[in-house]
Design a protein around this ligand. Structure first.
Ligand SMILES: Cc1cc2nc3c(=O)[nH]c(=O)nc-3n(C[C@H](O)[C@H](O)[C@H](O)COP(=O)(O)OP(=O)(O)OC[C@H]3O[C@@H](n4cnc5c(N)ncnc54)[C@H](O)[C@@H]3O)c2cc1C
Length: 455
């Protein structure tokens, strides 16, 4: 048990909590019971890859769940039971040799399976496979009223299950996750890449890729202006078949050996992510992309988790840190994508990394983020003048369009917009209130965005 300052991946707004390392389900039950008895606020934490304050609990206890490991795979069915702290990277390392792959993967493999449940994370395949919960079969949850095995079935307390999926740790501590994996022939991806000269071309190509490929995504140059506004590189990918592999890959078609090329061991005294670096980088990245290329074989890490190659890359933003603003806007309001980028440019902000994807239909979790439409994610260094006002304006634009921002990335949303963005908030809160009437489970995120009556 130690007192520590914790922050999210954006390294902003740290807060101090007592950190306890969970040592098994019985230990978790003991910690939850003692928090309930003493009225101490409590929150589970995974690998701290949420960008804002979702995994912080100032003045309370944070239960580090990363030691809740253990993987039990049924190689015949691809059903896997994993301890809550198992990372997606560990699951891949264990299950790919049997030809089973995690179906929905976020842009880093360094998240725990419980963190993936708590945010109901999405991948590049939401338009085909939905969010993480689509392949989830059940969870074990230690709540303030005991331990439950919950799932989507009628006899498995589905309301508590769906409040926990996407519920950002506010219903209890997930200790185990059961998942259906996807059968794959290889651990490689067959990739199609196309360059788009502007935002309209990017959005048309992305829609076309979404019909052809299971996975699709666009990297957008957030700094390009004029006729090049929104220029992008669009990629689509599918798990490669064994016969698509080049000869030298055929000896180990299911190999998974993610390696880190570089590391950023310490935080530089000033941020290194500046306009003078990002501008030429973007120009080069766009110029070196092929006009169109098909049949490129990439490793799973290259395609799904390219940022994992640089350990601690978040330190490059310096002591002030950074935020990621991720919005979704319905297909009926595609204009929000361009207007958001314009607004950031007008405010003189540095959109250092911009990614655009499509989402299919909503999932069942009341607090889930994805809803059919366009999702734009923008990394922004903190500390720039005008940032707060620009993001507030962006919130209004997104909310008015019927969209929302992603709570797993958020560090600054105003509480008055939460219910507009998440219209099923009341339904979710009723289940949470019934499961945890004393509000033991709490986070800095929740204290910041909850409607005042619910804090
Ligand atoms: C480079 C990068 C790329 C990303 N790409 C994507 C993406 O493509 N799609 C996407 O959806 N997300 C993406 N994310 C966000 C990330 O997937 C989520 O924030 C995820 O929740 C992080 O998991 P974690 O284990 O690090 O959890 P943490 O960040 O530690 O916690 C996140 C939330 O999960 C809760 N939680 C953690 N463990 C438990 C537990 N045992 N029981 C109950 N609640 C728990 C916490 O209380 C907190 O609310 C990305 C993040 C990074 C850094």
């Amino acid at each position: 048990m130690t007192r520590r300052l914790l922050s999210g991946w954006g390294r902003a707004a740290p807060s101090a909590a007592t950190v306890v390392r969970a040592a098994g389900r019985a230990h978790v039950e003991q910690v939850v019971e003692s928090a309930a008895a003493s009225g101490t606020r409590l929150l589970a934490r995974g690998l701290g890859r949420s960008y804002g304050d979702a995994a912080q609990c100032a003045g309370g206890t944070v239960l580090d769940c990363t030691a809740l490991d253990g993987i039990e795979l049924d190689p015949a069915s691809g059903i896997v039971r994993a301890g809550a702290g198992t990372s997606i990277a560990s699951l891949l390392a264990r299950c790919l040799p049997y030809g089973w792959c995690v179906d929905v993967m976020p842009g880093t493999a360094q998240v725990t399976v419980a963190g993936a449940v708590a945010a109901d994370v999405h991948g590049k395949n939401h338009h085909v496979d939905g969010a993480f919960s689509r392949s989830l079969r059940g969870i074990e949850l230690v709540g303030s009223d005991g331990t439950h095995r919950v799932g989507p079935g009628a006899a498995e307390r589905p309301e508590l299950y769906w409040a926990t999926v996407g519920g950002m740790g506010l219903t209890g501590v997930v200790t185990e996750v059961t998942l259906q994996l996807r059968r794959v022939e290889t651990s490689f991806v067959d990739v199609e890449t196309e360059r788009a000269g502007d935002l309209d071309a990017c959005m048309s190509l992305l829609l076309a890729h979404a019909t052809r490929h299971r996975h699709s995504v666009a990297w957008v140059d957030g700094l390009a202006r004029g006729r090049a506004f929104g220029r992008s590189v669009v990629t689509g990918g599918d798990h490669a078949s064994a016969d698509a592999l080049p000869q030298h890959r055929r000896r180990a078609p299911l190999a998974y050996a993610p390696h880190q090329l570089l590391g950023v061991p310490a935080t530089p005294p000033v941020g290194l992510v500046r306009r003078s670096v990002v501008l030429p980088f973007n120009a080069l990245w766009y110029a070196k992309a092929p006009r169109r290329r098909e049949g490129e074989i990439q490793s799973l890490t290259e395609f799904f988790h390219p940022l994992d190659a640089v350990a601690g890359w978040n330190r490059l933003y310096g002591p002030a840190g950074f935020t990621q603003y991720q919005l979704v806007t319905p297909f009926s309001r595609p204009d929000v994508v361009g207007r958001a980028l314009e607004l950031l440019q007008r405010a003189g902000l540095l959109a250092s990394l911009v990614v655009l994807k499509t989402f299919g239909s909503s999932d069942d979790a009341p607090l889930g983020f994805p809803t059919a439409g366009w999702t734009l994610a923008v990394d922004l260094p903190l500390g720039a003048p005008g940032l707060a006002a620009a993001l507030d304006e962006l919130d209004e634009l997104v909310a008015t369009a019927g969209g929302r921002v992603y709570l797993a990335k958020d560090g600054r949303l105003r509480p008055d917009l939460l219910e507009t963005m998440y219209p099923r908030l009341g339904e979710w809160a009723a289940v949470r209130d019934a499961a945890d009437p004393a509000g033991i489970f709490c986070s800095d995120l929740w204290r910041r965005i909850a409607p005042p009556a619910r804090r």
